[in-house]
Design a protein around this ligand. Structure first.
Ligand code: F6P
Length: 548
């Protein structure tokens, strides 16, 4: 398969990108009163408005042509029909099956996928009932009050992000804690507040080999033993979610306490599986089921809506337009809802671990840029920190603004203030303010001409900075499920067009392997002579200062 840069739509987009250098976003709105209707998509639970991007009808139709020429329809059906689209790991990719979005007769080898998923969901539901009702107790007969999830990356970010997003729906039956860092400070901080008789640990690790998670799991087990528990008591306090039950059993977890996941669920797409157990424990199983329903709605939309009205497809295409064709190297995720504060971190892994690649399926190097750097934080805090650069810096940073119409926890006047800022920012980024407008404003305020001349260029905002708006009706399990699934499908579409393997992550392996070797050296007498002088001296200094 040749490079997508050889496609006629790609070449046409390159020409359009050059032409669009002088296009002003505000003038696109002035020229076309229907612009919002053309470039917004209404969905259950949300609206996607991508009209504040430097696109017009021609760019839009060429982008759609690019999706067609990239065989997106065929790839989408390969995806939903369990073909091995994770090429380098030779596996299908089926996180949509976890929310009931594949054909009920779908099989992989001997296994009926829907049956596997439903059985596992039933096990999660039963466990949640046991723990929440007090049927499941700690080894001294006390009710569980705290749940600690030990996991990292996809085994942490998804569940924690959802826990935070939906905390407004919690009945506070438990305190749920997440520990991901190898830094002992994090687990120590958690353990010092916990009672060993009432704490349940979930070891969440698809591979059950991830060093950080295993170190935390051993520390937690040791803590429980030090507090008086015997080996046999561990079963009341530890459960595991993993695709490698044998390793979990060797760790000492009884077979009844191991929840399964499968190699066709990638870590960063796994929150819908038993990896979501802490969400179900915290909020109750029904809330978890509603989250899956929201994602299922988005799966159906993705599979059936024409490209021009398909939210994940258009989000992906506009993203490619900005990054690959207009050369925007970064993309900001700016939630205006406190509960979504972890969304930027979650999407960083989802997008960058998936599409942060520079070779094509064929193994050849790409001759275009792929995934931009994703970053961001709560928009309202960002306004008082880094928005200066968004408005007046030398780089143009496209952004996703995500907010909701109705607050889950309304406090007099707060939500309107928040959302007024949201709308104002997307408008200001687009319209900016020119020299004449700045001078007029200063003059109207009585500023002297000499001072106006000094100030004017400093106060100019060039504008023309693109953004998407994702406006949820309200944060609910369904809307969050749909939102996350929309981004998941965006990632898939972009991977298809860029021709990169979106479902592997070889780029994280080298560092892991070196860390294993270096950890040994930190305790050995000798140092590996093959290290470069910087690494050698740093390790040497670490050991000397530590006194080893
Ligand atoms: O190192 C990256 C990674 O492999 C992620 O893809 C994954 O989500 C995370 O580590 C955790 O892996 P595991 O669930 O196997 O512990």
């Amino acid at each position: 398969m040749s490079s997508p840069s050889q496609l006629s739509s790609w070449k046409a987009l390159e020409v359009l990108a050059q032409k669009s250098a002088d296009v002003s976003l505000s003038s696109l709105f002035e020229k076309d009163p229907e612009r919002f209707d053309k470039y917004a998509i209404e969905l259950p639970y949300m609206l996607l408005d991508y009209s504040k991007n430097r696109i017009d009808d021609e760019v839009k139709s060429r982008l759609i042509e690019l999706a067609e020429q990239s065989d997106l329809v065929k790839w989408r059906s390969r995806f939903f029909n369990a073909e091995s689209i994770n090429k380098t790991e030779q596996r299908p990719v089926l996180h949509m099956a976890l929310r009931g979005s594949v054909d009920e007769s779908l099989r992989i080898d001997e296994d009926n996928i829907s049956e596997l998923v439903n059985n596992e969901l039933a096990a999660v539901k039963n466990f949640v009932r046991q723990v929440r009702s007090g049927e499941w107790r700690g080894y001294t007969g006390k009710w569980i009050t705290d749940v600690v999830t030990l996991g990292v990356g996809g085994s942490n970010l998804g569940p924690q992000m959802i826990s935070e997003a939906l905390r407004g729906y919690s009945d506070n039956r438990f305190q749920v804690h997440y520990v991901s860092n190898a830094d002992g400070v994090q687990i120590n901080n958690a353990l010092t507040t916990l009672n060993p008789h009432t704490t349940l640990f979930i070891i969440s690790s698809k591979t059950f080999t991830t060093a950080e998670t295993m170190r935390n799991a051993n520390t937690a087990k040791h803590w429980l033993e030090q507090c008086g528990a015997n080996q046999g008591d561990i079963k009341n306090h530890f459960v595991a979610v993993t695709a490698d039950a044998a390793r979990a059993t060797r760790f000492g977890i009884s077979a009844d306490n191991i929840f399964s996941m499968w190699d066709w669920v990638g870590g960063r797409f796994s929150l819908w599986s038993s990896i979501g157990l802490p969400i179900a424990l915290e909020l109750g199983f029904d809330m978890f089921a509603r989250l899956l329903d929201g994602a299922n709605m988005m799966d159906k939309h993705f599979q059936t809506a024409p490209f021009a009205e398909n939210a994940p497809v258009m989000l992906a295409l506009v993203g490619i337009w900005n990054s690959t064709f207009l050369g925007r190297g970064s993309h900001a995720i700016l939630p205006y809802d406190q509960s979504l504060h972890m969304l930027p971190a979650y999407l960083q892994q989802a997008e960058m671990e998936s599409n942060g690649k520079s070779v094509r399926w064929s193994g050849e190097k790409v001759d275009y840029s792929t995934c931009p750097i994703l970053w961001g934080q709560l928009g309202i805090n960002g306004q008082h920190a880094f928005y200066q650069l968004l408005h007046q810096g030398t780089q143009v940073v496209p952004a996703d603004f995500i907010g909701s119409v109705e607050s889950v926890d309304p406090v007099d006047g707060h939500h309107d203030l928040l959302m007024a800022n949201f709308f104002a920012q997307t408008q200001a980024l687009m319209d900016g303010v020119n020299e004449r407008q700045v001078a007029d404003q200063l003059r109207a305020g009585g500023t002297e001409e000499e001072r106006i001349a000094e100030l004017v260029t400093h106060k100019v905002h060039q504008g023309n900075r693109p953004s998407n708006t994702i406006l949820l009706d309200k944060i609910t399990p369904e809307s969050i499920g749909a939102l996350v699934a929309m981004y998941e499908h965006k990632i898939f579409v972009q991977g298809v067009i860029w021709q990169v393997c979106s479902f592997d992550q070889w780029g994280v392996e080298l560092g892991k392997m070196l860390a294993k070797r270096i950890e040994k050296e930190l305790h050995d007498e000798t140092l590996n002579p093959d290290h470069d002088s910087s690494t050698r001296n740093l390790i040497d200094r670490y050991k000397r200062v530590k006194g080893e």
